[in-house]
Design a protein around this ligand. Structure first.
Ligand SMILES: [Zn+2]
Length: 401
């Protein structure tokens, strides 16, 4: 309730780190709260990253585990003057948000709400997002620290706490200092429904296609002018529908045009290429290239360039090398009494990047729902379960070391 009231919206158009200064307000607040809980190395750096350590209290040699959440909220929806509302013992009826009564949260739209009847839930007031993504993760980690400092009988290895800025604009790992962090393995707390354990993401490439036409005065264009924009249109029309996001689900990959720019002489199209199997990216890229070559065959004076850029990779390739990260989390979720929900993420997370930077990092649930919207909500019960999961998780690592 307190953390969501700090405006921490990140900005995709900024080149600064953090992209917005205001994210530091929360990072600094969290560092101060952790100092008050006797985590003596807690500090936020100039880039808005907050680092802290809970020292080990066991004689065993336990791998250093990091828990990580992002402080920023999505640019999609205002995060200014968030007024969180605690709905005690939710009664199952539609929730009309008071500051804009066209914003209605219903169990018809969100069937998961039904699992929270009789329990407390938190929403925003109708004008902003809530920011449970990812301040729920922040709150869960803070409560873990609070709990562990009051329960020294719970044995655990060294635990690193990391809060990052700019996750929502894809820059959450840009200025991270993994050496300073000094963790062996990490978990992001940035997932949805209770029990969720995400260890698999897309592998992702970006492709930029540049089409070069031939320019001539249109009054004198006959048999000379070759319009690059029209060729771009033909390329889009020729894309195989069965390989589009509109036609794929679950473990299927796709080719997705996301942006186009052009004048008659030159046009560019940006594509996202996605698949769970990294080797399939090259196959999809070959399909795309082939279909462009076919289109260009009927425009012999035109030419094209095809640039592939790696974006991120399926974290499972890394996590499979350290199976205990996922088996220990599975055990912890089961000890809470929850069923483990494992679904591949049709997207990426900071954990995908971290995993390939040398910090293997799956994603755990917080309870957040309807994120990036004014209807965002979260069940308090799920957050409590997430804290319990972390308390079990640090013990599982200690027991198995
Ligand atoms: Zn998030």
């Amino acid at each position: 309730m307190k953390y969501v009231q700090v405006d921490t919206q990140s900005d995709p158009h900024s080149n600064a780190h953090p992209t917005t200064e205001k994210q530091k307000h929360l990072s600094n607040m969290l560092a101060n709260e952790l100092l008050a809980l006797s985590l003596n190395d807690a500090h936020a750096d100039a880039f808005g990253y907050m680092y802290a350590t809970i020292p080990s209290n066991t004689k065993k040699n336990v791998p250093v585990i990091c828990f990580c959440s992002h402080v920023d909220t999505a640019p999609d929806c205002s995060g200014t003057n968030v007024k969180p509302i605690l709905h005690k013992q939710y009664n199952g009826e539609d929730i009309v948000l008071p500051d804009d009564n066209t914003q209605i949260i219903s169990s018809e739209m969100f069937p998961y709400l039904k699992e929270h009847i009789g329990h407390d839930i938190i929403t925003a007031s109708g004008l902003t997002l809530l920011g449970a993504d990812d301040k729920a993760g922040v709150a869960i980690i803070m409560d873990l620290v609070n709990y562990l400092t009051k329960h020294p009988e719970i044995k655990h290895g060294a635990i690193k706490i990391l809060f990052t800025p700019d996750e929502e604009v894809g820059q959450g790992t840009d200025k991270i200092d993994l050496k300073k962090l000094g963790a062996d393995f990490a978990y992001t707390l940035d997932g949805g429904a209770a029990g969720t354990l995400e260890d698999e993401t897309f592998s992702a490439d970006g492709v930029k296609v540049t089409i070069h036409g031939v320019i001539a005065h249109p009054g004198d264009g006959k048999n000379k002018l070759v319009n690059a924009m029209k060729i771009a249109g033909e390329i889009l029309t020729a894309l195989p529908f069965e390989l589009s996001p509109e036609a794929t689900e679950k473990r299927e990959g796709f080719i997705h045009p996301v942006g186009m720019e052009g004048v008659a002489e030159k046009a560019t199209i940006q594509f996202l290429i996605r698949d769970f199997i990294t080797a399939n990216l090259a196959k999809h890229e070959a399909v795309l290239k082939n279909s462009i070559e076919k289109v260009l065959a009927s425009h012999p004076k035109a030419s094209f360039e095809f640039e592939v850029k790696e974006q991120y990779r399926n974290m499972k390739e890394v996590l499979d090398q350290y199976p205990q990260i996922v088996t220990n989390a599975t055990e912890a979720i089961q000890r809470v009494g929850l069923n483990v929900i494992k679904e591949p993420i049709r997207g990426g997370t900071d954990g995908s990047r971290l995993s390939f930077m040398g910090l293997p990092c799956p994603n755990l649930f917080t309870g957040m729902q309807a994120i990036h919207s004014k209807k965002e909500w979260i069940g308090v019960k799920d957050m409590k379960h997430a804290v319990q999961m972390l308390v079990h998780l640090v013990q599982v690592w200690e027991e198995k070391s």
